[in-house]
Structures are given as structure tokens and as C-alpha cells.
Design a protein around this ligand. Structure first.
Ligand code: 13P
Length: 252
């Protein structure tokens, strides 16, 4: 049985006190959702310590949205994987399309970040996905395949067992335009095949999340698909009620 995961990527939103309130709201309502759903919240770095405290005693896990490619040292403005792990993070989002697009993250950088994550016992949520132009040119399969081969294929079998993949089509992020459940299933199944080509049967255990304008009204249909194991939620994770309602989308 693969893990069911609903992860909230808060991006650069909320002030620290607002983040604490949001986290408390998730904890307060969490009992209304099946305990089989693993909730993760990923606030900005500045909120991690306070949100960790708000989550204390609950089963809602903490993640960061990024980490540095280096372990420590003279890298002004960077935040090391060891630092976020010390604050209680269990997960780290890596390779989000916004990081690739606006901050020039390449596979070479991401390989180093993945190494840092594993060295600090963090589970990476590794993001893949094509942009609109690539989708329209029918290149989406090749794009996600390359994003996986260039980074995930470098993992050991042990590391691969501790990995979450998020498929996020760039054209669906923050646009209100969601991939259809069939489009999601088609590419999730393909991603699982690419993973199986390298890691064999272990690929059947890897959670693959969908991300891109996922909300309470469409989550159930998307999560019902065989190879969709949950969601990486942006905008709708900023309201505790919506975030929890998305978790209720699991019927399987
Ligand atoms: P939205 O849910 O706001 O479209 O964002 C998705 C996303 O990028 C999550 O990482």
C-alpha cells in the first residue's frame, strides 16, 4: 500500500503568526480526515520553528520548500538541509518549477540538494512537470523522463525508498487550470514506469502526487486514479478548511 499524502506548499505567503494560526487550524481539524492520509505543511523558512511547535503532538508533518546544495559555509542567504532538519522538518520540496524557472535550478544543482537532503534524513518531494509549450508540442513525456533520469536515477535503492515525486504541470500551477484526472493518470503511470525501469518493484511503493490548481472540488476525482497518491497543494493549502477538505478526497 502506497502512502497517501496531502502536502501544502505555502510558497512565499503568510507572516509567521499567520502561519502558526494556519498550522493550528490544520491540527484542529485533522481528526475529521482519515488517519490514513499523511498531511505535510511546508511553510517559509522563517516560520519553521514556530510552526514546528504548533504541530507538536500531532501527526501533521513539517517540510521546507528548498535547501542549499552545500552542507555549510560561506553561502550568504542559503539555508542548509541540516538546519531545517534540526528544526523538525521531515521533508523538503526540491526542484519545484518556480525554483527551476526563476532561480535557474538545474539537474546538477538538484543532485547536490538531493544528496544534502538524504545526508540529513529528509525525504525529498522531487517535482517534475512540463510547461505549456512542451505540453502542446507533445513533449511532456520526454520532459518528465529527463527530469527523472538526470536526478532520481542517481539515487541508491535505499534512497529511492525514501522519495516522494510530485508531478506539477507548469501550465496548471496557480492558473486555475487543472489537468484532467485522465491526463494526470496517464502521466503518473508513465512516471511510475520510468521509475520501474531503474528501480524495479520498488517503484510500486513510491508516492506520486499531483500538483496544479488542486482544490476541494477536483481532488476526489484526481485522487481516485490508480497512480495518483495525493497532492502537492499551493493556493488551497493557505486555508486550513480547504486543505483538510482536499484530504477528504481520498475514497480509496
Ligand atoms: P497551486 O495549487 O496554487 O496551483 O500551486 C501548485 C504548486 O505549485 C504546489 O507546489
Amino acid at each position: 500500500m502506497r502512502k497517501k499524502i496531502v502536502a501544502g506548499n505555502w510558497k512565499m505567503n503568510t507572516l509567521p503568526a499567520e502561519g502558526v494560526e494556519l498550522a493550528k487550524g490544520v491540527v484542529a481539524g485533522r481528526g475529521e480526515v482519515c488517519s490514513c492520509v499523511n498531511f505535510i505543511v511546508c511553510p517559509p523558512f522563517t516560520h519553521l520553528a514556530m510552526v514546528a511547535e504548533a504541530l507538536n503532538g500531532s501527526d501533521v508533518a513539517l517540510g521546507a520548500q528548498n535547501c542549499a546544495a552545500e552542507a555549510k559555509g560561506a553561502y550568504t542567504g542559503e539555508v542548509a538541509a541540516s538546519m531545517i532538519a534540526a528544526l523538525g522538518c521531515k521533508y523538503v520540496i526540491l526542484g519545484h518549477s518556480e525554483r527551476r524557472q526563476y532561480y535557474g535550478e538545474t539537474s546538477a544543482t538538484l543532485n547536490k540538494k538531493m544528496e544534502q537532503a538524504y545526508a540529513n534524513n529528509l525525504t525529498p518531494i522531487y517535482c517534475v512537470g512540463e510547461n505549456l509549450e512542451e505540453r502542446e508540442a507533445g513533449k511532456h513525456f520526454d520532459v518528465v523522463k529527463a527530469q527523472i533520469e538526470e536526478v532520481v536515477y542517481n539515487l541508491t535503492e535505499e534512497q529511492f525508498k525514501n522519495l516522494v515525486i510530485a508531478y506539477e504541470p507548469v501550465w496548471a500551477i496557480g492558473t486555475g487550470k487543472t489537468a484532467t484526472a485522465d491526463q494526470a493518470q496517464e502521466i503518473h503511470a508513465y512516471i511510475r514506469k520510468v521509475l520501474a525501469d531503474k528501480f524495479g518493484a520498488a517503484a510500486a511503493e513510491c508516492p506520486i502526487l499531483y500538483g496544479g490548481s488542486c482544490k476541494p472540488s477536483n481532488a476526489a476525482e484526481i485522487f481516485a486514479k490508480e497512480d495518483v497518491d495525493g497532492g502537492l497543494i499551493g493556493g488551497a493549502s493557505l486555508k486550513a478548511g480547504d486543505f483538510l477538505a482536499i484530504g477528504k478526497g481520498f475514497a480509496k
